[in-house]
Ligand binder design. Structure first.
Ligand code: PLP
Length: 426
């Protein structure tokens, strides 16, 4: 509807009618009243649009869902309680026990654990590949029960930029849904649907909120996958006896998100609270201003620490010479790679501890991607459940320090990190 993503960040999703609140209001109500049972029946039959119970939909979440739909260029979206629930629901919408899917291994540690342990226990087999695996090696893992391919646009914390061309070509060839986690890039830096993704998931907890106030997740239907007649997706092509015998493929462009909402999340109930939807929507209003600043601060920092004697290596896709630099230029807006910079500190775990203790501006938090700069050592925190082999497979070596570069002044950011690196050598 709008020409620029900047305007969509500010305006998309909610437009008040005459005399209504200018700002998307918080509708803190679990339920909605109707005059006749027939009207409510039509809502249940999806014959009429409207709200009846906040576990299914809510006007505040709806405003946020419309905004992210516009930003990602999809056909519909659903706001959920966390990034983890977004990924879980996306997979469960497509797959059940006995099915399998393919995922790159360099993904967020929580997602890796979900795929490697929890979904396996439910009978859904994840087959891991590398972002650099050959097409042939990936194709060998595909069979008639393969229901999805999962990638992460910019992997947290490995910093790998997904090879969209390769994965979307395979997904198209085999008629498989391609899902990407677009949390770190956000739609300001990458629009995966234009690169062949069919479903986009977000931890909105990160840059979309941007201020570390609200845990949340978003699932966007790209509206660009034909479920009708595709034998991989009986769940979409056979009458669903858990939803009035509806054949979801008949819903058309929004088939995926409709099934995700009316079957999977109706049953799981991982819903985003209206207050969090309000805060996330407010955060996105400045996303287009924050992402370039996160990216320029991060690039300046990456360049500066790359030559520091306490640093073994730096991983940041916008750095010239980085293994992902070409992909960053190809897939990320102006080659900007957001605010997450990883580096290997000399001195292993001890060096990592000294460095973190000496930081003043960067605080140690289990978080990334808000306005404030922060730091984490994954091997001793988020990824501590992984073995050394799993750590290596996930692209998270033991000496990896993850910096989330905020939108403070560049001079302060550089000074804080440099002084702490100096201290780590003492
Ligand atoms: N995906 C990515 C890339 C993440 O970084 C995270 C959390 O750090 C998640 C998913 C999980 O999101 P949440 O913490 O909102 O459940």
């Amino acid at each position: 509807m709008y020409r620029s993503i900047e305007t969509e960040c500010v305006q998309a999703g909610y437009s008040p009618a005459n005399g209504e609140p200018r700002v998307l209001p918080i509708i803190q109500s679990t339920t909605f009243a109707y005059d006749t049972p027939e009207e409510m029946g039509e809502l249940f039959d999806l014959k009429k649009e409207g709200f009846f119970y906040t576990r299914l939909s809510n006007p505040t979440s709806d405003g946020l869902e419309r905004k992210i739909t516009a930003l990602e260029g999809g056909s519909g979206a659903m706001a959920v309680s966390s990034g983890m629930s977004a990924t879980t629901i996306a997979i469960l919408t497509l797959a059940g026990a006995g099915d399998n899917f393919i995922s790159v291994s360099t993904i967020y540690g929580g997602t890796y654990n979900l795929f490697n342990i929890t979904l396996r226990r439910l009978g859904i087999d994840c087959r891991f590949v590398s972002n650099d695996s050959s097409e042939e090696d990936i194709e060998k893992l595909i069979d008639d029960k393969t229901r999805a391919i999962f990638i992460e646009t910019i992997a947290n914390p490995a910093g790998v930029v997904a090879d969209f061309e390769k994965f979307s070509a395979i997904a198209r060839r085999y008629g498989i849904v391609l899902i990407t986690d677009n949390t770190i890039a956000t739609p300001v830096l990458c629009r995966p649907v234009e690169l062949g993704a069919n479903v986009v998931v977000h931890s909105s907890t990160k840059y979309l909120d941007g201020h570390a106030t609200s845990v949340g997740g978003l699932i966007v239907d790209g509206g660009n996958f034909e479920y009708a007649g595709n034998p991989r997706y009986p769940l979409f092509n056979e009458p669903d006896n858990s939803y009035h015998g509806l054949v979801f493929a008949s819903v058309g462009a929004a088939a995926f998100i409709t099934r995700a909402r009316t079957v999977i999340n109706r049953d799981i109930g991982a819903v985003m609270a209206p207050q969090n939807a309000f805060l996330t929507n407010l955060g996105i209003e400045t996303l287009h201003l924050r992402m370039p600043k996160h990216s320029s601060n991060a690039l300046a920092l990456a360049k500066s620490i790359a030559v520091h004697p306490a640093v073994e290596w730096v991983k940041y896709a916008s750095l010239e010479g980085d293994a992902d630099h070409t992909r960053a230029l190809k897939y990320l807006r102006a080659g900007q790679a957001a605010g997450m910079v990883s580096f290997g500190i000399k001195g292993g775990r001890e060096g990592a501890a000294k460095f973190q203790k000496a930081l003043k501006l960067f605080r140690i938090v289990t978080h990334i991607a808000d306005a404030r700069s922060c730091v984490l050592h994954p091997a001793s925190t988020t990824h501590r459940q992984l073995s050394d082999d799993d750590l290596a497979a996930a692209g998270v070596p033991v000496n990896l320090i993850r910096l989330s570069v905020g939108i403070e002044g560049e001079e302060d950011i550089l000074a804080d990190v440099t002084e702490a690196l100096d201290a780590s050598l003492r």
